[in-house]
Write a protein that binds this ligand. Structure first.
Ligand SMILES: Cc1cc2nc3c(=O)[nH]c(=O)nc-3n(C[C@H](O)[C@H](O)[C@H](O)COP(=O)(O)OP(=O)(O)OC[C@H]3O[C@@H](n4cnc5c(N)ncnc54)[C@H](O)[C@@H]3O)c2cc1C
Ligand SMILES: *[C@@H]1O[C@H](CO)[C@@H](O)[C@H](O)[C@H]1NC(C)=O
Ligand SMILES: *[C@@H]1O[C@H](CO)[C@@H](O)[C@H](O)[C@H]1NC(C)=O
Ligand SMILES: *[C@@H]1O[C@H](CO)[C@@H](O)[C@H](O)[C@H]1NC(C)=O
Ligand SMILES: *[C@@H]1O[C@H](CO)[C@@H](O)[C@H](O)[C@H]1NC(C)=O
Ligand SMILES: *[C@@H]1O[C@H](CO)[C@@H](O)[C@H](O)[C@H]1NC(C)=O
Ligand SMILES: *[C@@H]1O[C@H](CO)[C@@H](O)[C@H](O)[C@H]1NC(C)=O
Ligand SMILES: *[C@@H]1O[C@H](CO)[C@@H](O)[C@H](O)[C@H]1NC(C)=O
Ligand SMILES: *[C@@H]1O[C@H](CO)[C@@H](O)[C@H](O)[C@H]1NC(C)=O
Ligand SMILES: *[C@@H]1O[C@H](CO)[C@@H](O)[C@H](O)[C@H]1NC(C)=O
Length: 594
């Protein structure tokens, strides 16, 4: 890896050549010149008195951002603040693998690789706690005014702004070094109506959902309605439905019949980079409406609530299938089994199904949990799966399987989906495989996925797959998601497994391996494919096209209209071409020359 060329030349420009009113530091890296956000080592960083004023404006909701493990350490960084609290430390240790506990924390990230895996909940309080890539201050917002105050402060002071909802993001997009964080996790209101009468053609039932509402709690509330309803959401129980999920597009178990999460949105309430309260729907701000439906999280506005279509409950059947070391240790048998299973992706998705599967580490474990058969009973689902069973049996492959049917989707969902374990470390990538690619290259795709599950002998990988075709139910929706989604058959997330304690150089090497070896293997076998911004590679080559296809040009235009100066930032989202986090992953800066 090359050497950084750093000039820590601090230049506080308030006028002249750098643009009127602009304040901040000018830095050089690798020979290019950058204008950076203001950080605590810059004169433009707000004074304590400024922060206190902000705290008053946000009704006392401003907090120093403390990494979740800080309560187990005597000292935070170089500060003399004593953060140690034995009881809170014990609580943190007990909940370190508890998704909901981490979600409820003001700044924790569930997948801590992007935080530098720092300040862990140790038994030895004398070990140092460094902030890593966590932010500096957080507003735990309870009202829209508090969000607006945070956006205004970040914009006026040129601070790095992070919006943190659940901290669920695989790619660490809800943390940022030296930032002011706005936590939206308190926006939990949900309201159901049986007849939507707002702008647009929809007159069916709908729900208005606060930004903070999580997958399972939303499904639970929908189930409690009379009549019971369902909403398209993700498979994950704790993901922030109204946060990053919808803004990135959102696939889920009902996508094969009702489309993506973002296909069903009727209206957004949001706060723009300029600090304006807006409604975005078919009549008001239709361009913003279009962009928020899949154009990328933390890109166009802070969303506070979403109105979405709801649908009547439906009977659902599910099947769980395992092939692992209890059945065989023969990797040739496992490989054959995976080929048979994955090659049938078009078949499952053409029946409106969604299939969640895990492959890895290595071809030693295939865990399909579950096959989702919406509007199917046990007999019907087993009939659809018959070609799979027939081919596995013909190849004499041992496996375990069981199928059950439920009167409702919700009862099925609670019974057959499993919670994920957080605080795992990996570098994420992924690929959308289309129907045509599966039909033409099915075997090569299966081989590439097996390769991704075992990138190196010492560095095992892991795949999380979702077989689904959001075009199957033919939703007629014009929105920002990559049009390639409509042709999808299987979308698989790859993980290069890490410990989180690797050196910077090793992390960069592994990132490059993820992009240029694992990612390349997937791209090579899927010429018609694409990538998914919420579960993809932060270094995806040609990301504009990979994530948004022909929709990118319009997204770029809308971004420059609503956030011309880059108040919001998340890597590889529309309009961020000139921006990067330089100086070893710390300072967010905009390239101004060469
Ligand atoms: C275990 C697991 C399972 C998943 N399952 C699915 C799935 O089934 N289907 C699917 O499509 N995706 C799934 N995802 C991916 C998920 O959609 C993204 O991680 C999404 O970004 C999470 O959003 P969040 O608001 O919960 O998370 P956060 O980490 O809080 O935020 C993620 C991103 O959204 C931005 N953001 C959050 N809230 C707002 C807001 N109110 N306004 C503007 N920007 C905001 C943040 O700034 C950040 O960039 C899964 C992720 C995990 C970790
Ligand atoms: C500068 O070069 C190094 C080494 O190639 C690289 O890791 C880093 O990302 C580059 N910085 C920028 C801002 O491109
Ligand atoms: C903000 O004000 C509240 C209430 O007075 C206080 O508890 C909190 O510590 C303050 N935050 C900061 C960062 O000073
Ligand atoms: C902490 O103090 C050390 C020694 O004085 C200094 O080198 C380092 O930059 C300081 N770190 C921070 C985060 O201020
Ligand atoms: C991240 O961790 C590495 C080693 O674990 C350390 O050298 C580096 O200073 C850390 N970076 C930050 C920003 O804390
Ligand atoms: C392996 O398969 C068995 C039998 O179906 C199942 O009970 C077990 O959970 C599977 N193990 C793993 C690690 O997936
Ligand atoms: C596979 O290997 C493991 C570990 O050696 C062993 O416990 C298991 O019984 C083996 N499985 C089969 C089917 O032989
Ligand atoms: C499933 O549905 C089909 C079609 O309606 C029906 O013929 C069959 O008896 C049902 N099977 C079960 C187990 O309910
Ligand atoms: C998978 O599909 C390909 C077509 O892409 C076909 O040639 C091959 O025989 C299939 N393999 C298996 C194991 O079903
Ligand atoms: C979807 O597939 C059809 C048929 O193969 C093709 O004509 C169309 O261009 C594809 N659309 C996208 C966006 O890939």
């Amino acid at each position: 890896m090359g050497r950084f060329v750093l000039f820590a030349s601090l230049l506080l420009a308030t006028n002249g050549v750098l643009g009127a009113g602009w304040i901040g530091e000018v830095k050089k890296e690798n020979g290019s010149e950058y204008r950076c956000k203001c950080y605590s080592d810059n004169a433009c960083w707000p004074t304590n008195s400024d922060w206190n004023k902000l705290n008053t404006t946000v009704d006392g909701q401003l907090q120093l951002a403390l990494p979740p493990g800080a309560v187990c350490h005597k000292q935070l960084g170089n500060s003399t603040v004593n953060v140690y609290d034995a009881a809170k430390c014990a609580d943190t240790q007990a909940n370190w693998l508890n998704e909901q506990w981490l979600t409820d924390h003001p700044i924790a990230e569930l997948w801590p690789f992007a935080t530098n895996n720092t300040c862990l909940p140790t038994d030895d309080p004398s070990t140092p706690c460094t902030r890593g890539f966590y932010g500096t201050y957080v507003i735990v917002a309870k009202t829209k005014n508090q969000i607006k105050a945070g956006v205004d402060f970040a914009r006026e002071r040129n601070l790095r702004l992070i919006i943190r909802n659940t901290g669920h993001d695989f790619m660490g997009r809800s943390t940022g070094w030296g930032s002011l964080i706005i936590n939206t996790h308190s926006f939990k209101d949900v309201k159901f109506v049986q007849k939507y009468d707002g702008p647009g053609d929809w007159t069916g039932s709908a729900a208005t959902v606060g930004a903070a509402v999580q997958g399972r709690e939303l499904f639970r509330q929908a189930f409690a309605q009379s009549p019971k309803v369902v909403i398209v959401g993700g498979e994950c129980p704790t993901v922030g439905w109204g946060g990053g999920y919808i803004q990135g597009g959102g696939h889920g178990p009902l996508t094969g019949i009702y489309g993506m999460g973002a296909d069903n949105v009727l209206s957004f309430d949001a706060i723009t980079a300029k600090g304006e309260y807006v409604t975005a729907n078919a009549e008001e701000n239709p361009d913003l409406f279009w962009a928020l439906k899949g154009g990328g999280p933390s890109t166009f506005a802070v969303v506070t609530a979403i109105t979405v279509k709801t649908f009547p409950e439906i009977p659902t059947a599910g099947t769980i299938l395992n092939i692992n070391s209890t059945h065989t240790n023969d990797s040739a048998v496992m490989t054959k089994a995976f080929h048979i299973f994955h090659n049938l992706s078009n078949h499952y998705s053409n029946h409106g199904m969604f299939v969640y599967f895990e492959l890895g580490p290595g071809p030693t474990r295939l865990h399909i949990a579950p096959f989702v058969g919406p509007n199917m009973n046990e007999t019907q689902l087993n009939a659809v799966l018959k070609p799979l069973y027939d081919q596995l049996n013909a190849a004499k492959i041992p496996y375990d399987t069981h199928t059950r049917s439920f009167p409702t989707f919700f009862e099925f969902y609670i019974d057959m989906f499993e919670d994920e374990q957080p605080n795992q470390q990996s570098i994420v990538g992924g690929r959308i495989f289309t129907q045509s690619d599966i039909a033409q290259n099915g075997d090569k795709i299966a081989d590439a996925l097996i390769f991704a599950s075992m990138p190196e002998p010492t560095q095992l990988g892991f795949n999380v797959g979702h077989i689904v075709n959001p075009g199957h139910g033919n939703p007629v929706v014009d929105n920002a998601i990559n049009p390639t989604w409509r042709n999808a058959s299987s979308f698989v997330i790859t993980n290069v497994l890490m410990t989180g304690t690797e050196s910077w150089a090793v992390k960069k090497e592994r990132e490059s391996f993820n992009t240029n070896v694992v990612g390349k293997a997937l791209r090579d076998v899927s010429p018609a494919g694409a990538s998914y911004v919420n579960e993809g590679d932060l270094n995806e080559p040609n990301w504009q096209h990979a994530y948004w296809g022909s929709n990118y040009a319009r997204l770029l235009e809308i971004r420059s209209k609503y956030d011309p100066n880059g108040v919001f930032y998340t890597q590889t989202t529309p309009g961020t071409e000139a921006w990067s986090v330089i100086d070893y992953g710390t300072k967010l800066c905009k390239k101004v020359s060469a």
